[in-house]
Design a protein around this ligand. Sequence first.
Ligand SMILES: [Zn+2]
Length: 447
Amino acid sequence: MTTGFATLPPSADFRLTRARAPRCLVEAGGLAADRDGLTLVDIAVEAGRIASILPAGTEGLPGGPAFDCDGGIVLPRLVDCHVHLDKGHIWPRRPNPDGSFMGALNSVMADREANWSAGDVRARMDFGLRCAFAHGTAALRTHIDSLGKQIGISWPVLAELRAEWAGRIAIQASPLFGIQFALDEGHVRDVVAAVKAHGDRLFGCVTYMIPELDAALDIVFRTAIENGFDLDFHVDETNDPAARSLEHIAEAAIRHRFSGKILAGHCCSLALQEPEVEARIIAKVLEAGIAVVSLPMCNMYLQDRAPGRTPRWRGVTALHELKAAGVPVMIASDNTRDPFYAYGDLDLIEVLREGTRILQLDHAGTDWANAVARTPAAIMGLEGRGTLSPGGPADLILTRARDWTEFFARPQADRSVLVGGRAIDTTLPDHRELDHLKGMRAGPGAP
Ligand SMILES: [Zn+2]
C-alpha cells in the first residue's frame, strides 16, 4: 500500500496550504495566476468536500490540522472521455503484427471472436479501472465493441462494473461499430436495445468514407433523436486527406437540428487538409456544436507508419485551430496495451504530458489542463467534476511539482490521490494478474 508522497493529517477536516492549482480549473474569485497559469492557494477540506479555496496565507482562518504542499501542483481528479476498456491488455496474446491501423483492426477482430467471454472482458475492464483509479481518474467514457454476439456479452458486464465502481469512478459507455452497420436495421435495433438496457443514453460509431455515408448518418442521427441519445464518433482516423467524414457529421447535425451533445474523436485527416478546406470544416464543426477529442499517444503510434520509413507526421488533428475557433477540445487515453496502442495505462497525467509534447500545447496558453478535466466533464454531463470548487468533492491529485516543467519532466509516480478527502492506495495492479486469461501467455515456462 502506498498513498504517495503526502502524509495528510488523520482528520476529516484539514487544510492543504500553499498548493499550486491551475487557475483555469479553480471555481473561486480573487486569485492571481503566475506565468504558468498557476495560482497559490490554501484549500480547506471539511467532511470530504472542499470548504474553501483562498489565496495562500490568507489571514484570519482558524488553525487546525494542515498539510503544507510546499508549492506543489494540485489538480482535481481527472476525466478521461475516450477509452476502450473492453480491448485493453490483450497485447500479450494478440500483438499488432506490423503496428499499422489495419493490423490493429484485424487483430482485435480475431481476438474478439476467439476470446471475449464475459469473464475475459470483465477481468480486463476491471484491471483498467483499477489502473485509472490509482492514477487519479474520477470519470471515464469507454467505447464498447458492439457487433453480433459481443453486444449481449459486453454490455451486461459494463453495467455490472458501472454499479460496482459507483463512488470511485463514474463510467459511461458508447457503442462502437463501423458506420456501414447503421444501414442494417436489425443491428441498429440490437445496439439500441443494449444501450437502453445497460447504457448511458449514448450512441455512436466509426465513420469513414463509404458511398452511403450520408444515408447511414441520417439513420444514426434519427436514432439518437428518437431515443434522446447523445452521440460519440470515431472519425477519420487516417492520413488520407480524402477522408472528410467529419464534415458529413457536421452537416448531418445541422440538417437534423440535433440538440444533443456530439463528441468526435481522432479527426486525424483534418490536419492534412488544405488550409481553406480545414477552415471550412472547422466552421461547420463549430456551427454543429461538435466537441473534439484528440488521442495523441494512439495517433502517434498508428499514423504515418510504414516499414523502413521514418514517420513525418505526429498523427494528431488540428487541435489548436479547433480551439482557436471556439470548438471545445480535449485529449484522452484511447487504447491500452492492445493492437491499437501497445502501451498506456489510463493515466491522464501521462496523457497531458505526452499530449503537451506531441501537440505542442506549451507556448499555446496556460489553460490546457481543461483538456483532461473541465472540458471532458462538460461533454460527459458531469457537473462539478474536473474543477476545484468550494462545495465540490475533495477529489484531488497532489504532486511535488511546482511548475509545468517540473510536472512534465517526471511521471509524477509519487502523486497522492484523494477521494472524498481521503488518500487512496495508489499501488498499480500487477500485469501478471491477467496471465491466467485464455491465451494470454504461451504456456508453461513463458515469461
Ligand atoms: Zn478510440
